[in-house]
Design a protein around this ligand. Structure first.
Ligand code: FEO
Length: 396
């Protein structure tokens, strides 16, 4: 397989995971790539590597340029196995190669692979010279694991950003401008929502630290490489890290047993629309939770509904809320709703899961529940209830 030339003596030598559809629960409907980068300088340097089952693909791309046994050093920006599980095979080929990573990287790699490779510990701000070029390291803990770092080459003005700015997209194109900007931004947003969102404070620090860098290329470890559209992805990351949610957008998310909760969802959406707020309808039977998370990035209002079943809520709804809680979007306004026949436990459970500071911690609207099947008067009342609650909020 071919290497892709990014610059003179700088090559993309990663692997394309065309079949990937599940990244620990995240629906990756466009597949993904694991990007590795080869720099041919006095010291031949490999930045990151690939998932173990695509090792041969990476080696064949490296072999398109040089004999892989000539690699002198590896920069390992992240321990997670999508970027490191090719390392054990690679190190058999180049057992003396130095691996540059930070203390958490060394700890994590040793814990994963039980090998005492030739590690060189770097600290944030350290630089190494590989010949005509320098590589400067910036640790970025919790974007996405404690071991994350990014690597900057000042002579080339390239930031090898690992998970940051990545997207799960499998494609033959390597640069965003060869592809579709809108899809790359949408997938970057989905990636942020499902991987990076809980660490937004750290992202803010990284963006501050990266601000003085001159950037001509951002080369992430997944998906397409940013060149012409660097301002767009930096602006998007700034918005996402700053939790810019639109007060003009609501999500109505539900599952239903006999359509009563679904009828309530529609009446609630109507209430939002009547107050000039766009309401997006997300049935959990037809929408994947990882896609819903992408919408959560923009929406100020998060309404969640479930009928009562077995004194509790539907498992689809429970799974969504647990996922939502883990990704911890902040400063949202929540609403719990649902139908019931006798016990009516679903709405208090939803209220607690969405509103408790130890759970999602949303500011909650007054919950709404209905007995059995809501008739047209009840539905009208639900719409008016939402309108009235929103009016009160908007007045305050
Ligand atoms: Fe793409 Fe956190 O690994």
């Amino acid at each position: 397989m071919k290497a892709y030339k990014l610059r003179d003596n700088i090559w993309w030598v990663g692997a394309i995971d065309w079949d990937l559809r599940n990244f620990h629960g995240y629906l990756t409907q466009r597949g993904s790539t694991y990007n590795a980068y080869l720099i041919i300088d006095e010291k031949i340097t490999l930045i990151d590597n690939v998932k173990y089952y695509l090792y041969d693909e990476m080696i064949s791309r490296i072999s398109d340029v040089i004999d892989p046994a000539r690699i002198d050093l590896i920069v390992q920006n992240h321990v997670e196995m999508d970027h490191s599980s090719g390392l054990p095979q690679l190190m058999k080929l180049i057992p003396n190669a130095k691996i540059y990573t930070n203390a958490n990287g060394i700890k994590g790699l040793k814990a994963h692979y039980k090998q005492d490779w030739n590690f060189e510990e770097i600290k944030s701000g350290d630089s190494i010279n590989i010949g005509k070029r320098d590589l400067t390291f910036l640790t970025t803990p919790m974007v996405h694991w404690p071991d994350n770092q990014v690597t900057y080459c000042p002579q080339e003005r390239i930031l090898f950003s690992n998970d940051a700015f990545g997207q799960h997209i499998a494609t033959n194109e390597r640069l965003v401008e060869e592809y579709h900007l809108s899809i790359a931004l949408e997938e970057a947003k989905k990636y942020y929502a499902n991987i990076v969102l809980p660490y937004s404070r750290m992202v803010q620090k990284v963006l501050q630290a990266a601000a003085p860098l001159e950037l001509e290329m951002i080369a992430p470890s997944h998906g397409l490489i940013w060149t012409e559209h660097i301002p767009q992805i930096l602006a998007a990351y700034t918005d996402w890290a700053n939790n810019v949610a639109d007060p003009g957008r609501a999500l109505v998310i539900w599952d239903t047993m006999w359509n009563s909760t679904q009828m309530m969802a529609q009446a609630i959406a109507q209430g939002f629309e009547n107050r000039g707020i766009k309401a997006r309808m997300l049935n959990l039977q037809t929408n994947h939770i990882s896609d819903i998370m992408t919408d959560v990035m923009d929406a100020k209002y998060i309404c969640v509904g479930s009928p009562t079943i077995n004194s509790s809520i539907l498992p689809t709804v429970a799974a969504f809320i647990y996922y939502l809680k883990g990704l911890s979007p902040k400063e949202r306004i929540g609403l719990a709703f649902g139908s019931y026949g006798w016990g009516g436990q679903s709405v208090p459970i939803l209220q607690q899961m969405l509103g408790d500071p130890k759970e999602c911690g949303f500011t909650m609207l007054e919950p709404i529940k209905t007995l059995y099947i809501p008739d047209s008067e009840t539905l009208k009342g639900i719409t008016e209830n939402i309108e009235s609650q929103l009016l009160k909020l908007q007045e305050n």
